[in-house]
Design a protein around this ligand. Structure first.
Ligand SMILES: NC(=O)c1ccc[n+]([C@@H]2O[C@H](COP(=O)([O-])OP(=O)(O)OC[C@H]3O[C@@H](n4cnc5c(N)ncnc54)[C@H](OP(=O)(O)O)[C@@H]3O)[C@@H](O)[C@H]2O)c1
Length: 312
């Protein structure tokens, strides 16, 4: 692998079917752009089809002839997740990469349609359910990958087992960090189960460092705070790398050769906040096998989605 890996190093992806959740914005869009250039067959799974259409137009303007399908998916509503998985399964017999990228960060406490705390519900539980509903397709596709997008914020996260929905102890950053820790615990437990089954599919993770996207503005927009928006513009301008750079660890995890189950990619510089993607470490908590197993069990209970195809 080259020292400074870039999207140019991706192999040709002709014929490979890749689903990107949140593919209309930020890192998901930039990942889709790079994957389209390598001829992947893309599905942008988005909650707002208007934004998804606009994203497809932008992709086609740059890569005419790109294969870009759209799928309506609201991760904060399990009925939408079920419908999206059903629709997707009906239209294809392969899934090479499921890029679980969509997310929200540090917003005031809200709940999903199913009553989950919004950040855990969207960032982890929605993706857990989507993955479970697509696992048979993934298992049936040689060399397939599930890529979960975490964050350096996982390091300050802990699982609040006695108050998982943070009804008593909500802080917006605590909720985000818990959800991003959950992304890594899910990755490790999924990989453990895939290995146990002798599956060809692998589970990997990536984080973008700090990249300027819409993510930073969600909280200020929900609160109607234009001062908050201006502040984030200023901070992003000073410290963030581009979304294009931030997407590189996701792309490497999703489609570079030589990636192994459980690998975690992030930027190589300034405490993993920017740079080119390399393998990175994660917190001790994120590698706690008992917590990973516990989260799996709780996630199955909460979502009602079981990975039956992995059971035996
Ligand atoms: N940017 C960073 O510095 C950074 C750092 C660490 C980790 N991350 C992670 O990177 C991932 C991508 O974030 P980003 O920075 O690219 O942010 P972004 O530009 O805000 O994109 C987030 C995407 O997620 C979608 N989304 C949010 N809620 C959803 C839901 N309920 N159902 C379906 N889609 C939903 C958004 O849809 P709408 O466009 O409709 O809102 C958007 O497409 C997230 O998992 C985030 O935690 C980002």
């Amino acid at each position: 692998m080259p020292e400074r890996w870039s999207a140019e190093d991706l192999p040709d992806l002709g014929g490979r079917r890749i689903v990107v959740t949140g593919g209309n914005s930020g890192l998901g869009f930039e990942a889709a752009r790079a994957l389209a250039r390598k001829a992947a067959r893309l599905t942008l799974a988005c909650r707002d089809l208007g934004k998804a259409h606009a994203a497809r137009e932008r992709l086609l303007a740059e890569s005419p002839g790109a294969d870009v399908a759209l799928l309506e998916l609201d991760l904060a509503d399990l009925s939408s997740v079920r419908k999206a998985a059903e629709t997707f399964r009906a239209g294809t017999d392969a899934l090479h990469v499921l890029l679980n990228n969509a997310g929200i960060m540090a917003i005031p406490r809200r709940e999903t349609a199913d009553g989950f705390e919004m950040q855990l519900g969207t960032n982890h539980l929605g993706h857990f359910a989507l993955t479970g509903l697509l696992i048979e397709l993934l298992l049936a596709t040689p060399g397939s990958r599930v890529v979960n997008v975490s964050s350096t914020a996982h390091r300050i996260g802990r699982m609040h087992w006695d108050d998982l929905q943070l009804e008593r102890s909500y802080t917006k950053w605590g909720a985000y960090a818990q959800s991003k820790l959950a992304n890594l615990l899910f990755t490790h437990e999924l990989q453990r189960r895939l290995t146990e089954r002798g599956a060809d599919t692998i589970a990997v993770a990536a984080h973008p460092g700090y990249a300027a996207t819409n993510l930073q503005f969600a909280d200020a927009r929900m609160r109607g705070s234009s001062a908050g928006e201006r502040l984030w513009h200023a901070i992003n301008g000073l410290f963030a790398q581009s979304a294009e750079m931030g997407a590189l660890p996701l792309l490497r995890a999703a489609a570079a050769p030589g990636v192994r189950g459980g690998d975690y990619f992030g930027p190589d510089r300034l405490a993993e906040s920017r740079g080119h993607p390399v393998k990175v470490g994660s917190s001790r908590r994120s590698r706690d096998a008992a917590d990973a197993a516990r989260l799996w069990q709780v996630s199955e209970q909460l979502t009602g989605v079981r990975f039956d195809a992995l059971a035996g």
